[in-house]
Design a protein around this ligand. Structure first.
Ligand code: 13P
Ligand code: SF4
Length: 328
């Protein structure tokens, strides 16, 4: 159940967050899909891979994670001695919901000669059942390190898996999950927008379905899209991912124009992630004040999930040899 902050009138929430951040020795991490005010107050804003790395490295005693539950759980898996709080514990993810651990386990057991390459957008239980975790910015590097004859299950995002499969000509068994946000972009509306701005390239996240990705000039993670926005010569960019990332683009490149790709209604509001939007400044303040809602993970489960995450962190930096993979 979502905990609504009690009446906070009269409280300078921003000043209180600043005070508590110091008092608690806390670091505030935020994903690019968070509200602008949360991005602005965070110590670090990043994509899923960058945030995992920050969570593993930080010296802070408390991690206040402005993102969704699987991200905060990843922080706890990697930094078990730190207190990890998530401003709204209901901040889930449609991809995680699409992949119940018992069904994933049965799927794995039905394909014993496959390794499970699993998108980080999943539960801790599914991470524990997986061989290697990937994010959208590490997936290509990691896939290329897996021997060509190794059979692969990819879950839970069938669009990211399908994109990788097409790009590398690699067959994979795909779990049928989707991100409800990226699924909502409309090809018809995107093409209408493109006709109005023919010189504007399209940057798309690989969680988008093929009918969107196929029109993109650039496909990549949130940090990849941000980098593309900075480096493209175009002065207008069409952005096919959750529109809150546009805040970072406007801060970094104020002289360019960024247009969110539309949903079926012709505007991009339906592409705001409803889970990410649950976090607010007020809830962040309460989380730092009460050190709740706190992420807790049973130790054996944490250790099992950490193996697949550690493999990602090693392989993403190229330190694990090609022969080190094995089926479970
Ligand atoms: P990245 O920031 O890793 O590209 O992930 C996008 C996303 O959907 C996170 O939920
Ligand atoms: Fe999950 Fe999609 Fe929201 Fe990311 S944007 S948290 S993948 S529902």
């Amino acid at each position: 159940m979502t905990v609504m902050p009690a009446d906070l009138s009269g409280i300078d929430v921003r000043a209180e967050i600043e005070r508590l951040r110091k008092e608690r020795n806390a670091v505030i991490l935020a994903h690019y899909y968070q509200r602008p005010e949360l991005q602005d107050i965070a110590d670090f804003v990043g994509d899923s891979l960058e945030l995992s790395r920050k969570a593993a490295e930080t010296d802070a005693e408390v991690i206040a994670f402005c993102g969704v539950k699987f991200m905060a759980e990843t922080a706890k898996i990697l930094s078990p001695n730190k207190i990890v709080v998530l401003p709204d514990v209901e901040a889930g993810c449609s991809l995680e919901d699409s992949c119940p651990p018992e069904k994933f386990k049965a799927f794995r057991e039905a394909h014993p000669d496959h390794i499970a390459l699993t998108y980080i957008n999943c539960s801790t239980e599914v991470k524990a059942l997986s061989d290697i975790i990937v994010t959208s910015s590490s997936a290509e590097t990691i896939l290329q390190q897996i021997p060509a004859d190794q059979k692969i299950i990819f879950g839970p995002d069938r669009h990211l898996g399908g994109y990788l499969s097409r790009k590398f000509g690699r067959e994979m068994l795909l779990w049928p999950g989707v991100c409800i946000v990226h699924e909502a972009f409309s090809e018809t509306e995107l093409l209408k927008l493109k006709a109005q701005h023919p010189a504007a390239p399209i940057a798309a996240h690989p969680e988008c379905p093929p009918h969107i990705v196929d029109h993109a000039d650039y496909v990549g993670s949130t940090s990849g899209i941000l980098q593309y926005a900075k480096t493209t010569d175009a002065d207008t960019l069409i952005v096919a991912t959750e529109p809150h990332i546009i805040h970072q683009m406007q801060l970094a490149i104020p002289n360019k124009t960024f247009i969110g790709a539309p949903g079926a209604d012709g505007n991009c509001n339906c592409n705001i992630c409803p889970y990410m939007a649950l976090n607010t400044m007020e809830k962040l303040y309460v989380a730092l004040r009460d050190l709740e809602p706190r992420i807790e993970i049973e130790e054996q489960l944490r250790l099992d999930a950490k193996k697949s995450l550690d493999r990602m962190l090693d392989m993403a930096s190229g330190t694990l040899g090609k022969g080190d993979l094995g089926t479970r």
